[in-house]
Design a protein around this ligand. Structure first.
Ligand code: C5P
Length: 253
């Protein structure tokens, strides 16, 4: 008898999943968190920020003085770590081994470390396993870099949110300038705005380079993702367009 074709290794077949998954992927500063929180509210879903898990483990590596470049000790660290994401109206409360690290993980040193540790394939496999467990029942908007390609390749809705690097850098800079920064370099009091702006853009380009060029699950849209380029769009337009995409795929949402 001919062998049955096997499903692709990374495919998650979830016959038990009763509610849909909405996957939001894209580069840093594209506005994924705002969009994911909005869609979660609209659909009555939980909003899960997978980047916060990479950040939480990176923080533990910083505190334990563990190299970001060596996979084995990082994997051992992960296996001895508990990371909980508690969805709130805006974003997630993040517990690292029971301690609330929601604010600390947004600091620039953690942002850079998260990007560096996320290149390791086995560490990513550990993260993906945790993330699949979190979303196994569906009813989630999951945000990250590889949700539509690796974590939930069978997600009912996949949006890849993009924008030109300068636009993403400028948006992030405005957050820094207004003191509402998430994961941007801190702005020392004596620094000129143009220098801060350059630093924000450079940090973002560096993270993009790493995310797009890593061997394991590089940042790229899934073949069946809808690409939403917000370069020339106001926030309200992005949210409205994303709602249309969700409705087209989930008429009952
Ligand atoms: O999304 P956020 O900026 O919080 O992610 C922090 C870092 O974690 C990213 O720069 C990226 O390198 C990594 N990440 C990832 N895969 C995800 C989510 C985040 O590699 N699904």
């Amino acid at each position: 008898m001919p062998e049955q074709p096997k499903p692709p290794a990374e495919a998650v077949v979830s016959p038990s999943r009763r509610r849909p998954v909405i996957a939001i992927d894209g580069p840093a500063g594209a506005g994924k968190s705002t969009l994911a929180a909005h869609l979660a509210r609209r659909c009555g879903f939980l909003n899960l920020e997978t980047g916060a898990m990479y950040r939480a483990l990176a923080l533990k590596a910083i505190e334990g003085d563990i190299s970001f470049d060596e996979e084995a000790p990082l994997l051992a660290l992960a296996e001895a770590t508990r990371i909980d994401l508690q969805p709130q109206v805006e974003g997630n409360r993040v517990l690292l081994d029971g301690f609330d690290v929601s604010r600390r993980i947004r600091d620039a040193d953690v942002t850079s470390a998260a990007s560096r540790i996320s290149v390791h394939p086995q560490l990513r496999a550990w993260m993906v396993q945790q993330q699949r467990a979190l979303g196994v029942e569906g009813g989630v908007v999951m945000e990250g870099r590889d949700i539509g390609t690796a974590v939930f390749p069978d997600a009912e809705v996949k949006i890849f949110l993009d924008a030109a690097p300068e636009v993403r850098g400028n948006r992030r800079f405005r957050q820094v300038a207004s003191g509402d920064a998430r994961s941007a370099p801190a702005k020392p009091a004596e620094t000129r705005d143009s220098d801060t702006q350059k630093a924000v853009l450079e940090e973002m380009r560096e993270r993009d380079r790493r995310d797009r060029n890593r061997a394991e699950s590089p940042l790229r849209p899934a073949s069946d993702a809808v690409i939403l380029d917000s370069t020339a769009m106001e926030l309200a337009e992005v949210l409205a367009r994303a709602e249309e995409i969700v409705l087209a795929h989930l008429p009952s949402a």
